[in-house]
Design a protein around this ligand. Sequence first.
Ligand code: F6P
Length: 335
Amino acid sequence: MPAEKNSVVMGKIKRVGVLTSGGDAPGMNAAIRAVVRSAVYHKLDVTGIRQGYQGLIDSDFVQMDSKSVSDIIQKGGTILKTARCEEFKTPEGRNKAYNNLKAAEIDGVVVIGGDGSFTGARLFNEEYDIPFVGVPGTIDNDIYGTDYTIGYDTALNTVVEAVDKIRDTASAHNRMFFVEVMGAEAGFIALYSGIATGAEAIMIPEIKGEARNLKKIIEPDDHRKKSSNLIIVAEGDEDGGAIGLAAKVKDDFSNYDIRVSVLGHLQRGGSPSAIDRVNASRLGNAAIEALLDDQKSVMVGLQNGEIVLVPFRKAVKLHKDVNRELIELAKILSV
Ligand code: F6P
């Protein structure tokens, strides 16, 4: 990436805005910090935009400097707050946002969020000349063009810690547990946490029709019975998450003492892992460099450990698949 150290600002960008949008994710604060500090390093002014796109529409702006991002790298949530904004989906909403950005003399915006946020950013950049650059931040890890999204690693570790605890009680009572994890329409958290916790079965939206095979997966032969059975269910799985699946298959497991546990929003909180902090730092810095390099309508991502630029057009349209080999691995290791 070309931006040089302490480059004198000769280009169009003199002031950048930064916002977090959509579901919060651990590491968003680390990303805000990286955006602000990197901008300051390059002698840019920074405006924080509160409440995601809603803050653009309402001019909810705050001046930021190096000090305003002290002591946040380790904190969950987002100091800028976040929202899912319906108004930004309308041309009128985006027009208000543009006028407010112009009035505040903001020349470029870094959007930290997921695919919904990038869809809005893409639309905005089709209509207006203020460049938007995206930083992938969502626990779901479901964005095409980046191997990791900020927050995924932390959420995964949170899930693993919780499921390990459920395993203790499941074993003590010889119970079967259906544990539901987040992930929206994708199975990344379920697949990885399932492998990491030695789950007996993993149910993800990417694999259809597994409910009818569950009996065979849990009891591949007549002799095999484990003292506990953990089934990790992605919330987006076709049978309606853990509650729906447990109801559907309960007759197949009438000899089992079944419990359901929905982990819920605890997966979104907590102090970010070291990996999320480092990824957020790299991506936040890369977003500023991309703006300085006159990029627009792109997301900065990580592929094979390297920073890449991915057009929003691709990041929001193309489907990121789970690693199918891992699905097989999970089956092999649960015999
Ligand atoms: O996208 C992050 C996520 O936590 C998803 O995993 C989940 O489906 C959704 O957000 C929950 O959204 P909300 O917090 O609005 O209920």
